[in-house]
Design a protein around this ligand. Structure first.
Ligand SMILES: [Zn+2]
Length: 263
């Protein structure tokens, strides 16, 4: 059975910025991957209407996902309006039951953007609810078990209070930085917006700076950090640590080989 991965974030380009390295490694290992965003990022423009911006950004996200053979899904929540409320949680549970992931990579619960933090809470609570038979959401049956849940690094590797975020595993993504660049560069519409609103001259270069900072303490060019959610009753087996073992730089040892095909 093929390993199934759901990556969940708030806006198109978030997953490409913070998690595309690990997603590329998992895709190369044979995993089936769905990249989903809660919103279409329709506020991310000063030039176009929200309707046009949302449509453009959905297309860019789908293009980025296709580069690694992943599928893109957008749940259509409003940009700057993502909340861990009953309808949104139900929508995330319906997606989980449809995708049926073994592994969920989600936005962290502490980050600079309210939508990111809401996605973190939604991911945790929806993973829990997805296996509850009496919780009605979507057409697909409840999950047989709660999936493994991991937090993606926040912006700058720091939480909302500016504290450095610890990681359970730091993954060397240097071998797939080209793919990560290409995926992020697919979000062409964001170049002007990020320059105006965030003062970021080159958003692909900014991603490289963050990836390089994650890798520097370990002597690798580029890395990403992940943290496992181990709250009751989530699975605590180190699934992602095992899958990406050969690329881990945060510990010594002889990790197992990557095989996400289950074959
Ligand atoms: Zn975002």
């Amino acid at each position: 059975m093929t390993l199934r991965v759901l990556a969940l974030h708030a806006h198109p380009d978030d997953l490409e910025t913070f998690a595309a390295g690990a997603l590329t490694l998992l895709a190369k290992a044979g995993a089936t991957i769905v990249m989903a965003t809660l919103t279409a990022g329709e506020c991310g423009s000063t030039a176009n209407s929200p309707e046009i911006t949302g449509a453009v950004r959905r297309g860019e996200a789908a293009t980025a996902a296709r580069l690694i053979g992943a599928h893109y899904r957008c749940l259509g929540a409003p940009d700057l309006g993502v909340f861990n409320d009953a309808p949104t949680r139900r929508a995330v549970v319906a997606l989980l039951r449809e995708v049926r992931p073994d592994l969920v990579l989600a936005a962290p619960m502490a980050d600079y953007h309210p939508d990111h933090e809401a996605v973190g809470r939604l991911a945790r609570d929806a993973c829990f609810a997805a296996s509850v038979p009496a919780y009605v959401a979507g057409e697909a049956p409840p999950l047989p078990a709660i999936p493994h849940l991991y937090w993606i690094d926040p912006v700058g590797g720091r939480d909302a209070d500016g504290r450095a975020t610890p990681a359970d595993l730091v993954v060397d993504i240097s071998s797939v930085i080209t793919e990560k660049r290409q995926m992020l560069a697919a979000h062409k519409s964001q170049a002007d917006w990020l320059r105006q609103q965030h003062g970021i001259e080159d958003f692909v270069a900014a991603m490289e700076v963050q990836s390089a900072r994650r890798g520097a303490p370990y002597g690798v060019a580029f890395a990403e950090g992940y943290r496992q959610y181990r709250g009751h009753p989530f699975p605590r087996e180190p699934l992602l640590q095992t899958l990406l073992g050969p690329y881990r730089v945060d510990r010594q040892g002889s990790p197992p080989s990557v095989d996400a095909s289950g074959g």
